[in-house]
Ligand binder design. Structure first.
Ligand code: FAD
Length: 407
C-alpha cells in the first residue's frame, strides 16, 4: 500500500479533503498517510472563483436539497476557516459584512421582496432597504438604485488565499503532493503519470506522454499507486478519468465563467464594503470587495469548455459593474480570467462512495460537481469525506447527492 488515502485533484475540494483526512484520522495516535495528485497548473476553478459564500443567492428557488446543503456549509465555514487560519497563521480574508442585492426598477424590487420573504421563511436574515438606506450602506452605488436587500449572514473569502492556506495546512499535516495526473482509478488504486519536479531536466522518457496540462517536463513517470481509499476530486475533469462510473462522467460538464479583478489606485478608498449583486439590463452582476483592495466583478456563465477571455465578456462585465457602481471606472483592471465550473445535470454536487456488487468495501469515493458553490461547500465536503474515511456517515444533508442518483 502506497498510502491510506489518495486524493486526485488539488483545488479547494481535494486540498480541503486531503488536509482533513490527514488531520482527522479516527485514531489520532495513528496518523493517516495521504497522497494528493495534482498537475500543479492554473487550470483550477478554485483560483478563478469570486469567493462568495451565499447560501441563498446561488441556489435557485425550488432547489431545496441544495439549499439545505448550502445552509449546512455556511454554518460550518467560519469554524473550519478559523481552524485553518490557526493551523497555518495565514489570513484567508473572510468577510462578514454581508451582501446587498440592489434593484433599478419595480420588477427587480418585486423580485427582491420575494427573496426577502424567502430568506425569512428559512430563518435567514434579510433587511429591506430603501434607496437612501442602500446608499448610506454603500455611498458609491449608482443614484439610479431604487432599493435593496441586506443579507447579513452571507460571507465571502479570498479564494486564492484560502487555497494557499489549505495547501500549507495539508503539507504541515504530512500530505505528500505528487505533481501529475491520474489517468484511471479503481477500488483502492490509481494509475497516474507523475513528474519529477525535483529533477525536471532529468533524462527524457520517450515512451511517456508529456504533461498536457502543465509546463513541459521531460520526465514523466507512469505509476500504479494503491491505497485503502481513493477520492476523486478533479473538478470538471473528473469526467475525463477512466474508472469513474460512466453515469457520473456523463453528469459532469464544464461551465465557463469569465471574471475580472480590479484594484484601487493608491489614495482611493475602497468603493465597497459589502458584496453587491445587481441585475443590469437582464444581466446578473456581482462585486466582491477584498480587505487588501481587490474588487472582483463577475461573472459570465457559458456552456463552453475553453478558458479564453473574450473582449465581449470584459466589455459586458465592465459595463454592468460601472452601471451598478460608477466609481469602478476609476479602478485598475488588474486581471481578466476564465475558469471552468464543475457543473452537473441537476446542479448538485456528487459525493459518496461508488457502490459495486463485487467489491467487498467501497474504496472509491467521488467528491466533484460543486458547480457554482465549491468554495462555500469545501468545508462541509471535507467533513463529509472524512466521516466516510472514518467509517461513519456524512450529515443527512448530503443524502440526495450520492453518485448513484445518476444511474
Ligand atoms: C467565474 C467563477 C466564479 C465562481 N465563484 C464562486 C463563488 O463565488 N463561490 C463559490 O463557492 N464558488 C464559486 N465558483 C465555483 C468554484 O470555483 C468551484 O465550484 C470550485 O472551485 C470547484 O473546486 P474543485 O476543487 O472541485 O475544482 P478545481 O478548482 O477546478 O480543481 C480541480 C483540480 O483537479 C486537477 N485535475 C484535473 N484533472 C486531474 C487528474 N486527471 N488528475 C489529478 N488532478 C486533476 C486540476 O488541475 C485542478 O487542480 C466560481 C467558479 C467560477 C469559474
Amino acid at each position: 500500500m502506497d498510502a491510506d488515502v489518495i486524493v486526485v485533484g488539488g483545488g479547494v475540494i481535494g486540498t480541503a479533503i486531503a488536509w482533513r483526512a490527514a488531520r482527522d484520522a479516527r485514531d489520532a495516535r495513528d496518523a493517516r498517510d495521504v497522497i494528493l495528485i495534482d498537475p500543479q497548473t492554473d487550470d483550477k476553478a478554485s483560483l478563478v472563483a469570486a469567493g462568495m459564500l451565499g447560501p441563498v443567492s446561488e441556489s435557485v428557488f425550488g432547489e431545496q436539497n441544495l439549499l439545505n446543503l448550502n445552509l449546512l456549509s455556511i454554518a460550518r465555514f467560519p469554524s473550519f476557516n478559523k481552524e485553518l487560519e490557526d493551523a497555518t497563521g495565514h489570513q484567508t480574508g473572510l468577510r462578514t459584512e454581508g451582501t446587498i442585492a440592489v434593484a433599478y426598477d419595480s420588477d427587480d424590487l418585486a423580485a427582491l421582496d420575494r427573496l426577502t420573504a424567502f430568506r425569512h421563511s428559512i430563518g435567514l436574515q434579510a433587511e429591506r432597504l430603501d434607496a437612501r438606506e442602500c446608499r448610506k450602506q454603500e455611498p458609491f452605488l449608482s443614484p439610479a438604485t431604487r432599493g435593496g436587500v441586506l443579507a447579513k449572514g452571507d460571507l465571502s473569502v479570498d479564494n486564492r488565499r484560502y487555497l494557499a492556506a489549505l495547501k500549507q495546512a495539508a503539507a504541515d499535516a504530512g500530505v505528500r503532493t505528487l505533481t501529475g495526473f491520474a489517468t484511471s482509478v479503481g477500488d483502492g488504486w490509481v494509475h497516474a503519470i507523475t513528474y519529477d519536479t525535483a529533477n525536471p531536466a532529468g533524462p527524457a522518457n520517450p515512451a511517456g506522454p508529456a504533461n498536457p496540462a502543465g509546463p513541459a517536463n521531460p520526465n514523466p513517470i507512469p505509476q500504479r499507486l494503491s491505497a485503502r481509499h481513493v477520492v476523486v476530486a478533479a473538478g470538471h475533469a473528473t469526467s475525463t478519468i477512466d474508472g469513474v462510473p460512466e453515469e457520473v462522467r456523463k453528469a459532469i460538464r464544464p461551465v465557463k465563467g469569465q471574471i475580472l479583478r480590479l484594484r484601487h489606485p493608491r489614495g482611493i478608498p475602497p468603493v465597497l464594503t459589502h458584496t453587491v449583486r445587481a441585475i443590469v439590463q437582464g444581466h446578473d452582476v456581482y462585486l466582491v470587495p477584498r480587505a487588501d483592495g481587490e474588487l472582483v466583478a463577475g461573472a459570465t456563465q457559458e456552456e463552453r469548455d475553453d478558458r479564453d477571455v473574450t473582449a465581449g465578456a470584459v466589455h459586458d462585465l465592465l459595463r454592468d459593474a460601472t452601471t451598478a457602481v460608477p466609481a469602478i471606472s476609476e479602478l485598475i483592471l488588474a486581471e481578466a480570467s476564465a475558469g471552468l465550473r464543475p457543473g452537473t445535470s441537476d446542479n448538485g454536487p456528487i459525493l459518496g462512495p461508488i457502490k459495486t456488487s463485487t467489491a467487498e468495501t467501497e474504496r472509491l469515493i467521488i467528491a466533484a460537481g460543486h458547480f457554482r458553490n465549491g468554495v462555500l461547500l469545501s468545508a462541509a465536503t471535507a467533513d463529509a469525506v472524512t466521516a466516510l474515511l472514518n467509517g461513519g456517515q456524512p450529515d443527512a444533508a448530503w443524502a440526495p447527492f450520492q453518485p448513484e442518483r445518476f444511474r
